[in-house]
Design a protein around this ligand. Structure first.
Ligand SMILES: Cc1cc2nc3c(=O)[nH]c(=O)nc-3n(C[C@H](O)[C@H](O)[C@H](O)COP(=O)(O)OP(=O)(O)OC[C@H]3O[C@@H](n4cnc5c(N)ncnc54)[C@H](O)[C@@H]3O)c2cc1C
Length: 390
């Protein structure tokens, strides 16, 4: 077989065809900082996305996508969220966060991706995985599975939770298994408001409910592995419907199995990754490769979007003063910019996860009393701020 050994040189190479990788390359092109033929995208994913999960995008990021990045969506592509309710088992009252301007929007991941238009005329796209990497003072070298070699002044790697690039470039991180499984899917619903999102903390699991249309609700169910242990045929739809219908019986909200086209489930183990310094020479991690968190507050992709916005700002500032945008000082600057919010969101989602996972009956009573108190105080504002993205 003919051996391929081609060296291509770029200013920036983006790795990953997930939400973060596609957003990164598309706003990099739109920014006009580089000529398009100086950028490349390593994307092994299929052209048509089948990711039917939905994401909550906070108001601040949605505003930035539209007004700073020129990415707009049709109004029927998304639903505005005006109310977020946090429920707990045996509650007296949920915490209810209302925001007339909107906390943010709900959009399906494949619709989001398809709205990121990328002209493939000048952009070089490589459809092969990165299998090794090296660097010198000026370049990062990437070797692809098909034998092609690429050099770039800066590599932005959005290669996900398992991040081979993080491994290949010896970036240290903490991995923590939460011993929960995430199940994502849809349910037919009755009386579930189209502008309300709910997070419900049950005894053995937590359920995030996001409206998708008048009668279709998306769920993200985080379930303790103890509940699943030894059950060969766990009937996910029946089990979640039973839990939800019991919980909401007092509110007249009901759930039913979805029609067959919406029946598919996505099931993942959940582990968190904390990367204190998500960079190495001429390489920066963005998205889930730089921070993987529990989805209970719907903030994972929000953090990833902010990575993309901040990395662009750092590159632009460096270019404006004639500095090498791949220099280690710029990578430090970027990391410092991201640190507070990344640490805060990782900490708060992990603390919430463990408070609700470890609670006993006594603690649950205390939580419900706290819910009642929070509901009456201005402390509620803190949750609003978290949801909106400030
Ligand atoms: C059920 C669920 C619900 C969620 N809901 C929300 C929400 O409401 N709001 C929110 O903000 N976040 C949410 N999140 C989090 C969000 O989905 C993720 O943060 C986001 O999808 C991560 O995207 P990513 O592109 O960084 O990673 P990924 O989607 O994992 O993409 C990684 C990409 O890298 C590629 N890749 C891997 N290795 C290589 C290699 N060696 N060479 C080249 N390419 C490679 C892969 O093929 C893939 O394309 C949720 C997560 C889950 C699990």
């Amino acid at each position: 077989m003919k051996k391929i050994d081609v060296k291509k040189r770029y200013d920036v190479a983006v790795i990953g065809g997930g939400l973060t990788g596609k957003l990164m390359i598309s706003i990099l092109i739109k920014s006009g900082i580089f000529e398009e033929n100086k950028l490349c995208w390593i994307n092994t994913d299929k052209k048509i996305s089948e990711d039917k999960r939905v994401s909550f995008i906070n108001y601040k990021n949605f505003f930035k996508l539209k007004n700073y990045c020129g990415i707009s969506f049709l109004t029927n592509d998304y639903l505005k969220i005006h109310k977020i309710e946090i429920h707990n088992i045996n509650e007296v009252k949920p915490i209810s966060l209302e925001d007339k301007m909107g906390h943010g929007v709900i959009i399906r991941n494949d619709i989001f991706r398809n709205n990121l238009k990328i002209s493939e005329n000048n952009l070089k796209i490589y459809k092969s995985k990165v299998i090794s990497t090296d660097h010198d003072e000026f370049q990062r070298y990437l070797v692809l599975e098909n034998g092609i070699k690429i050099n770039a002044s800066l590599v932005l790697s959005a290669d996900g939770n398992a991040s081979p690039l993080r491994q290949l470039s010896n970036i240290k991180y903490i991995n923590h298994d939460l011993d929960h499984t995430i199940i994502s899917g849809y349910l037919n619903s009755n009386n579930f408001g189209v502008n309300t999102a709910k997070q419900i903390f049950l005894k053995d699991s937590f359920i995030g409910l996001l409206p998708f249309s008048k009668n279709l609700t998306n769920f993200v169910w985080s379930i303790d592995n103890k509940t699943l242990k030894g059950k060969v045929k766990f009937k996910y739809h029946d089990e979640i419907i039973e839990r939800l219908n019991t919980f909401f019986s007092k509110d007249d909200i009901t759930f039913k199995p979805p029609l067959s086209q919406s029946k598919k489930l996505q099931i993942y183990p959940i582990n968190i990754k904390y990367v204190q310094y998500p960079f190495n020479k001429r390489l920066v991690l963005i998205g889930d490769s730089a921070h993987s968190i529990h989805p209970l507050a719907g903030q994972g992709f929000n953090l990833s979007m902010e990575d993309c916005f901040d990395v662009i700002d750092c590159i632009r500032n460096a270019k404006n003063i004639g500095k090498d945008f791949g220099d280690i000082s710029i990578l430090y600057e970027y990391t410092n910019k991201r640190k507070t919010r990344k640490d805060f969101i990782t900490l708060i989602t992990t603390i919430l996860f463990y408070i609700f996972k470890k609670r006993n009956d006594y603690m649950n009573k205390f939580i419900n009393i706290s819910f009642k108190t929070i509901e009456k105080t201005s402390f509620k504002k803190l949750f609003k701020i978290l949801a909106r993205g400030y």
